[in-house]
Design a protein around this ligand. Structure first.
Ligand SMILES: C[S@@+](CC[C@H](N)C(=O)[O-])C[C@H]1O[C@@H](n2cnc3c(N)ncnc32)[C@H](O)[C@@H]1O
Length: 343
């Protein structure tokens, strides 16, 4: 979008949705290639203090308007946002995700010195320990991406035939089927039906963020019913720390329209209400992963632009530091849970 329309749109967005959303849209609408280092620095900078800045940063739009605006955004079908985000180009994602697995979810950097490949291996082993898969067990992944965890489980159990993955990305489904021969279905895990007591284990890694507040109890009930007695649901996701809708949360609508996870405390209550026993909870840090993806993307910028064009490249240049900032401001928390269905 050209100036002055871009500036006018930014003023309008600030008035309606607040400053964080307006800033993200302003960057994404750039008619020129963004300078990644400048964008990173801009988003790391502490905004000026003072009553006017603080008002636009924390209190505008007012709380009741934020609730109404978010509710109207949630009327969109989040499937459109998924397609827009994931069906971009598999080759593009290969440029910045780890070369070993192609995980598009938070890794573990215990020392901070690991490569993204090492960090994703540590995370994969951590989650493997939580799932504890055995040959012959029926295991379902909700939101399987490019199949990284399915590969890790299959390599451990030697039993790929017992695995099923669901995704809402056609590109991912055909990639995983063609490359690894896994059973992957293009299926919405929120609205879809499940067979009763069909699985020993269900897990989700970075997909639960798409479950909205109104859907939470219903999906948990379906997962509970599809698990065999004694089965478990392993869930790795991030969620806002409180029920208060902050102006910062609107910025996420630029990248995932129609998705907004309920707060972490309300999720915790919902698990117990669904009948699950919580047997594990750990907290992890998304920031080093976001930085590693950003660095890989920037290192491969020419190829990235040739694959997806400048507009999409710019979007990711804004997305990674914007998300880094969201976690650094402690607006959301990344957690792993094990939820057991009693015998
Ligand atoms: C951030 S990616 C994570 C992929 C993978 N688990 C990983 O760790 O790399 C989120 C995944 O969730 C899937 N997804 C999101 N909402 C979904 C839904 N309602 N039904 C099925 N898949 C969904 C997307 O298609 C994508 O595969």
């Amino acid at each position: 979008m050209r100036a002055p329309f871009r500036q006018l749109a930014a003023i309008w967005d600030t008035l309606i949705y607040g400053a964080p959303y307006a800033l993200m849209q302003y960057l994404v609408r750039s008619p020129r290639l963004l300078d990644p280092e400048k964008v990173w620095k801009l988003l790391m900078r502490q905004p000026p203090a003072g009553p006017v800045f603080n008002f636009f940063r924390f209190h505008h739009p007012p709380a009741f308007a934020r609730r109404l605006l978010l509710a109207s955004r949630m009327r969109q079908d989040h499937r459109l946002g998924i397609a827009e985000h994931y069906d971009v180009s598999n080759d593009f994602y290969e440029l910045f995700l780890d070369k070993k697995f192609m995980f598009y979810s938070c890794a573990d950097f215990p020392t901070g010195k690991e490569t993204i490949e090492e960090a994703q291996t540590i995370k994969a082993n951590f989650i493997l320990g939580l799932i504890d898969p055995k040959p012959g067990e029926k295991i379902l992944e909700l939101g399987c991406g490019w199949g990284p965890m399915m590969r890790h489980i299959a390599a451990t159990t030697g039993d790929p035939g017992s695995l099923t993955g669901y995704t809402l990305s056609t590109e991912q489904a055909s990639y995983v089927q063609a490359k690894f021969g896994f059973n992957v279905e293009f299926k919405n895990f929120i609205t879809g039906d499940y067979q009763p007591e069909a699985f020993d284990k269900v897990y989700a890694i970075g997909a639960w963020e798409h479950v909205r507040a109104d859907d939470l109890d219903g999906v948990l009930k379906k997962i509970y019913q599809t698990l065999k007695p004694g089965g478990r649901f392993v869930n790795h996701f991030f969620a806002p720390l409180t029920d208060t809708i902050t102006p910062g949360m609107f910025a996420a609508q630029v990248f995932f329209p129609g998705s907004m996870p309920p707060s972490h405390p309300s999720q915790f209550k919902a698990y117990e209400k669904a009948g699950f026993r919580v047997t594990h909870r750990s907290i992890h840090d998304y920031r080093p992963t976001l930085r590693a993806w950003f660095d890989n993307l920037v290192a491969n910028r020419e190829r990235a632009i040739s694959l997806v064009g400048m507009k999409v490249f710019n979007k990711y240049v804004a997305f990674f530091p914007g998300s880094w900032r969201y976690f650094d401001d402690a607006q959301a928390i990344l957690v792993r849970y094990v939820l057991e269905k009693p015998f």
